[in-house]
Design a protein around this ligand. Structure first.
Ligand code: DQA
Length: 139
């Protein structure tokens, strides 16, 4: 089972960026925890992060037919990108949208997602646990 976690813009700053909202863990540390957690399942976990919309599109195209699951936190592009929505709609691998923070408790511009209509499910507001639950779902 091949599952990839894809993080969008500013998520490379996790641990340093507004820790009161996004927590104090870096994603690299969290990935180590996650890989340990699923070491006995037959899941092959990979991770990609980019601050560039086009690179996120390229990655979705690359994995979108070969992988069994995509866990996508597109960051702010969630609220702006028709191109990412089109990519999620185009590929056959199911996508779970994850947001660390509860976007519905925050500014109104974070309440709408272009991606959600094309995702299998959405997990918001559960911190980094959301990624873990999404991987667990694919397993
Ligand atoms: C986020 C929420 C977005 O609104 C924001 O732009 C992010 C992170 C989250 O994980 O809570 O960059 O996707």
């Amino acid at each position: 089972l091949k599952v990839i976690i894809i993080n969008g813009p500013n998520l490379n700053l996790l641990g340093r960026r507004q820790p009161e909202i996004y927590g104090e863990d870096t994603f690299e540390d969290f990935m180590l925890h996650l890989k340990g957690k699923f070491v006995d399942s037959d899941v092959e976990l990979s991770y990609f992060q980019s601050n560039h919309e086009g690179e996120l599109l390229d990655k979705l195209h690359e994995v979108g037919w070969d992988y069994d699951g995509i866990v996508l936190n597109a960051g702010a592009y969630t609220h702006t990108s028709v191109a990412l929505a089109d990519a999620v709609a185009a590929i056959s691998t199911p996508v779970i949208e994850v947001h660390i923070s509860n976007v519905h408790k925050r500014e109104a511009f974070r309440h709408h997602s272009y991606l959600s209509p094309y995702c299998e499910g959405v997990i918001v507001g559960l911190g980094l646990r959301g990624y873990e639950l999404a991987v667990q779902y694919f397993i």
